[in-house]
Design a protein around this ligand. Structure first.
Ligand code: GLN
Length: 490
């Protein structure tokens, strides 16, 4: 088996045993990037010298018998929304195109402390606003399964890099589905942890009450491995949870133990909104769990129909406030056409923000303005509470919910980009999860007639990632969808 086809766990174990060197694995990844990324477009920047140097150091430590971290020598890609003290941090935006962060995000620090090799930073919708990566101001990314189609978004660079095996695992961020939806479009595993489980320090803010960083991987075990490294309380992020209240765990321990007496909740009416091929694949996955001994219960989620509306008010309101800091003075791009200081603000923003970002700043500012605050923003917060209540009530009757990760498989490039409402509807199955703050995972569960991957989304109550991963692993252990690879990319 070529080295790039190993899972992150397999690679880590072989590196530790001296069977493969980290330099060899890093070279294999860099070679693939050289060969495939001109077509796929997953990376915004690659860090070959730094990666090889770190890999060499890991190999030296292992040869000398020195202790190494849990990801020692494993090449990993990170979404360009995460601050790194090396290279650039662009958020897929022209306004940050040449921005050098003075510090590392906590998750980046944790990866480095675990001796992972950061090979590069991946493309994304500008400021993580989008569902197809087409809103990137810097580069086009295509779906490795069909290069005329989008990889999903906004973490489409990370999921495309994973699907094309141009990394062994990746990090993404998920405000309303940006890990789970592109994972489903690209046939990989994507996990959004509970809000507060992973530190957001150094994650460039989009919707601060919704944003969460999570792993993108080839297998459930690799996602568990990455989560074990990045999870935990961080004094630098006041919204990361106290370890005593909800300890982060070793998510690999017990991963292969099936959940006894598993009860799966299904909201049939809600799931009926997906394409027939997706409903069929989800139905078959649920049947598979039933064969494994699970019981299925029908649950009522009456407020999920309002999730998109509430999400796009709350997310844009928070974004309009968070993006006020890009003023041509503090960070990044500054217009050369400004005649006075007001024009420094207005022209820098006008020239460097993309269309979707401007649309959302306007929407959010409108929803927060004094005349409309009660009618839109406050109302959206009330709906958010009702949605949370739907999940709380559902989880009184079942261990997990199962639904599609997206209503369609990967769509054509250009198909929705001029119709924002159509694009927003691509998030119908994911945004409620962020409004409720609970964890969710998308795992491969089949293909449609065109050979495009389908994702099964599984949701569990807050801070139950260990159980969520075990439930996902039960299915993965019985199926081989996750072993399929896109053809034509060798
Ligand atoms: N597609 C959603 C949006 O555009 C979610 C994006 C995300 O999760 N970052 O807001």
């Amino acid at each position: 088996m070529p080295v790039h086809d190993l899972t992150a766990m397999e690679l880590r174990d072989r590196i530790a045993a001296g069977q493969v060197s980290s330099v060899e694995a890093t070279r294999a990844v860099l070679d693939r990037i050289d060969r495939l990324d001109p077509v796929v477009g997953a990376y915004l920047s690659i860090l070959p010298e730094r990666a090889l140097e770190t890999a060499k150091e890991v190999d030296r430590k292992i040869a000398a018998g020195e202790p190494v971290g849990t990801l020692a020598g494993v090449p990993i890609a990170i979404k360009d929304v995460l601050c790194t003290s090396f290279g650039t941090t662009t958020c897929g935006s022209r306004i940050l195109q040449n921005f050098h962060s003075p510090y590392d995000a906590t998750v980046v620090r944790k990866l480095l402390d675990a001796d992972a090799i950061i090979v590069g930073k991946t493309n994304m919708d500008e400021f993580a606003m989008g569902s197809s990566t087409e809103n990137s101001g810097l580069r086009k990314t295509v779906n490795p399964w069909d290069t005329s189609r989008v990889p999903g978004g906004s973490s489409g660079g990370s999921t495309a890099a994973m699907a094309a095996r141009m990394c062994f695992a990746a990090l993404g961020s998920d405000t309303g589905g940006s890990i789970r939806q592109p994972a489903s479009f690209c046939g990989v595993v994507g996990l959004k942890p509970t809000y507060g489980r992973v530190s957001r320090y150094g994650l460039v803010a989009y919707g601060s009450s919704l944003d969460q960083i999570g792993p993108i991987a080839g297998t459930v075990a690799d996602a568990a491995l990455l989560l074990s490294v990045i999870a935990g309380h961080d004094p630098a992020d006041s919204t990361s949870v106290d370890e005593k209240a909800a300890p982060a765990g070793d998510y690999l321990a017990g991963l292969n133990e099936p959940v006894e007496g598993l009860k799966i909740g299904i909201a049939s009416a809600f799931n009926a909104g997906a394409e027939p091929a997706i409903q069929k694949a989800i139905g078959e996955a649920v049947d598979d769990y039933r064969e494994a001994g699970a019981e299925i219960v029908e649950v009522d989620m009456p407020h999920l129909d309002y999730a998109i509306a509430a999400y796009y008010v709350i997310a844009t309101a928070e974004a309009s406030s968070n993006l006020a800091r890009y003023d041509g003075v503090h960070y990044g791009y500054r217009s050369e056409n400004a005649n006075d200081y007001i024009e420094v603000y207005t022209k820098s923003r006008e020239e460097a923000f993309g269309k979707e970002v401007k649309r959302r700043i306007m929407l959010g500012t409108y929803a927060l303005s004094s005349g409309y605050y009660d009618a839109y923003y406050l109302k959206a917060l009330k709906v958010r509470n009702l949605i949370r209540g739907d999940f709380v009530r559902a989880f009184e009757r079942c261990d997990c919910l199962m639904m599609p990760a997206a209503p369609t498989t990967a769509f054509q490039i250009g198909e929705k980009v001029d119709d924002p409402l159509k694009m927003y509807l691509a998030d119908i199955y994911t945004v409620a999860v962020n409004l409720a703050g609970i964890p969710g995972i998308s795992i491969p569960c089949g293909f449609d007639a065109a050979g495009l991957p389908i994702g099964l989304q599984i949701l569990t109550p807050a801070f139950s990632e260990a159980k969520l991963l075990r439930i996902a692993r039960m299915y993965e252990a019985r199926t081989n969808w996750h072993t399929r690879k896109p053809v034509g990319l060798e």
